[in-house]
Design a protein around this ligand. Structure first.
Ligand code: ZN
Ligand code: ZN
Length: 420
């Protein structure tokens, strides 16, 4: 399965130039020696990350006290509730479409106006600057589940991957921008990084206060659109690092803990399809089927109609089918291995599975050959428009064969009784 991501076009994240190398070294020095005195002794608990701990622990506590008190003594206006919904949506989508799919993974390109909007509402979500967030997330993908290098490894438990990793200055969470030369060159990203605290205060107090003033309910909007919205967007996003690595199915790969979970997708603007995302991280979609709830994908796609986003990357259907089938073979084999040795049907099922596996390898072979021919002819510029179209049809035929095989395999697996 390790070959699958190579089917997806890798994004160009840029090179270090003299200018951004200097900036990188400055930031590195600052983050390593001044603000983050990391422990080298692995037995000692790392020092507390005070800014993170204060924001993450105080806001839910204040919300739990202040909101019921206010609700009992005053009344929240419907405008205040609307401000919660709309601002939570704007923060959530700025993180998923902006911080995650645009800046961390480069799955598409966006017009500067959209990037500024993402930057403003992403800052409001208080999840650190784009540079720190996206660089840490690239490390998460690269070292997934590694307890020493994945900043929020799910193998260290729910609490750690959800919030614990931000409360102390863990060695695994150390900033290292060597994986982000493209971001160090991005003016919007660096502006936000350099003025982060001011922007956090301005967006978190200024925007709710302004809306509150406009609708005549300043305190209501500050509490619901400000405080409750912040706590809500924090924990729904954090679920992607914790629950989305623990609860759900693994249809595409079982080589890491990432799961697909439609319930989490509802809370996370589509990021719940995390098993797909970890194998095909350069795809702008997380929920690839039309019935899967992925509003982040819909937003990026809708913006492409009006020219505000472009170069939307999708992983080839063939690679997706191949990953799914590989997992189905694994599950079928597992199920068969659990059957009692003398079962009357066992040999027949095994023979059928072996036959299907042979067929699978034949299809993969056909696909490789067709791709080689296509590459060779493309290189020689022999392809005319109608030939391109004929190649496309032949590729689609192969994808269809895999799809049909997936159905047969599902039927075959369903015949085998489950053993608890
Ligand atoms: Zn993940
Ligand atoms: Zn990701």
């Amino acid at each position: 399965m390790s070959g699958i991501p190579s089917f997806c076009e890798l994004p160009l994240i840029g090179q270090f130039t003299q200018d951004n190398l200097f900036r990188y070294n400055q930031l590195r020095e600052h983050s390593f020696t001044q603000t983050r005195p990391f422990m080298t002794d692995s037995t000692a608990k790392p020092p507390i990350n005070w800014p993170g701990a204060i924001v993450l622990l105080s806001t839910p506590l204040i919300a739990m006290i202040l909101l019921p008190w206010y609700a009992l003594n005053h009344e929240f206006s419907s405008a205040a509730w609307w401000s919660f919904l709309l601002l939570a949506g704007a923060n959530g989508m700025a993180i998923t479409a902006g911080y995650h799919r645009l800046w961390a993974h480069r799955t598409y390109e966006a017009h500067w106006t959209i990037r500024i909007i993402y930057m403003i509402f992403g800052t409001m979500a208080i999840q650190n600057s784009i540079l720190v967030w996206a660089s840490g997330h690239r490390t998460h993908h690269r070292h997934i589940d590694d307890v020493d290098h994945d900043p929020y490894s799910a193998k260290r438990g729910f609490w750690f991957s959800h919030i614990g990793w931000m409360l102390r200055q863990y060695e695994s969470g150390r900033d290292d921008f060597r994986n982000a030369p493209d971001l160090l060159n991005d003016k919007i990203v660096m502006f936000q990084h350099n003025h982060y605290l001011k922007l956090v205060l301005l967006t978190n107090i200024g925007i709710p206060a302004l809306i509150g003033y406009a609708v005549g309910d300043v305190w209501g909007v500050l509490l619901l659109g400000g405080l409750l919205r912040l706590v809500w967007s924090h924990h729904t996003t954090f679920f992607i690092n914790s629950l989305a690595h623990m609860w759900g199915t693994r249809p595409y790969t079982d080589e890491n803990t990432a799961r697909d979970n439609p319930v989490l997708a509802l809370l996370t603007y589509g990021e719940g399809y995390h098993n797909y995302h970890h194998i095909f991280q350069y795809d702008y979609r997380n929920g690839i089927h039309w019935y899967q709830f992925d509003p982040t994908k819909w937003l990026i796609f809708a913006l492409s109609w009006v020219g505000l986003t472009r170069n939307l990357k999708r992983c080839p259907q063939f690679a997706i089918e191949k990953a799914k089938l590989t997992m189905q073979f694994k599950y079928a084999e597992e199920k068969l291995s659990l059957q009692a040795a003398g079962h009357a049907q066992l040999e027949a099922w095994k023979a059928k599975l072996a036959q299907e596996y042979e067929h699978f390898n034949l299809v993969l072979n056909d696909w490789s050959k067709l791709r080689e021919t296509w590459f060779a002819e493309k290189k020689l510029e022999l392809l005319h428009k109608w030939e391109e179209a004929s190649f496309r049809t032949r590729f689609q035929e192969i994808e269809y064969r895999l799809k049909m095989q997936r159905k047969r395999l599902r039927l075959l697996t369903a015949q085998v009784p489950s053993v608890a």
